[in-house]
Design a protein around this ligand. Structure first.
Ligand code: ZN
Length: 172
């Protein structure tokens, strides 16, 4: 399994709804989890199926708790953002499919989502801050949208970003 990078046209296509969580889908999820766990420099905290060449609505997102502590890895099938807060936040994003570049993006601070778990259970959850940002970034991938489409201002290299240091770095 390889992570596709720009300008691969698959990254610009709309992913299909998963109609059934069958053996093939389960195998794909297992492979995606393995892939994100072995992704280093920077470490992956989110991955969408189109990034590995599968046009299905499946995302992985690592929960980020207080002080940036990493929590559980969420598998969300057919995720839908049901509500977004009026309050927005400007934060730094990067993407495994856009290696080495980062930018500032304004997004709703908190969201409410509905999805299915990998075990076909309904998931309803609210999240805020970085975790909400990761999910919004990954859901964008399912619609062929990349963070570079939404960036405010310029794109920075990792080195330039280091120099900024005014905001918490966000890697994905
Ligand atoms: Zn991404």
């Amino acid at each position: 399994m390889k992570i596709l990078t720009v300008p691969n046209p698959i990254l610009r296509q709309k992913a299909k709804v998963v109609s059934k969580i069958d053996g093939r889908v389960t195998a794909l999820i297992t492979a995606m989890v393995k892939k994100i766990d072995e992704t280093k420099g920077p470490k992956g905290i989110g991955l969408a199926a189109p990034q590995v060449g599968e046009l299905l609505r499946i995302i992985l997102a690592r929960e980020i708790k207080e002080r940036g502590k990493e929590g559980e890895l969420f598998v969300l099938v057919n995720p839908k953002i049901k509500k977004t807060s009026k309050k927005t936040e400007l934060g730094i994003e990067g993407c495994l499919s856009v290696p080495g570049l980062y930018g500032f993006i304004e997004r709703p601070y908190s969201i409410k989502i509905e999805a299915l778990s990998e075990k076909n259970r309904k998931v309803k959850r609210s999240m805020s801050g970085l975790f909400a940002r990761i999910i919004q970034h990954e859901v964008d991938h399912l619609d062929g949208v990349l963070f570079t489409d939404k960036v405010k201002g310029k794109l920075y290299t990792a080195e330039q970003l280091e120099k900024l240091k005014t905001q918490k770095a966000f890697r994905k």
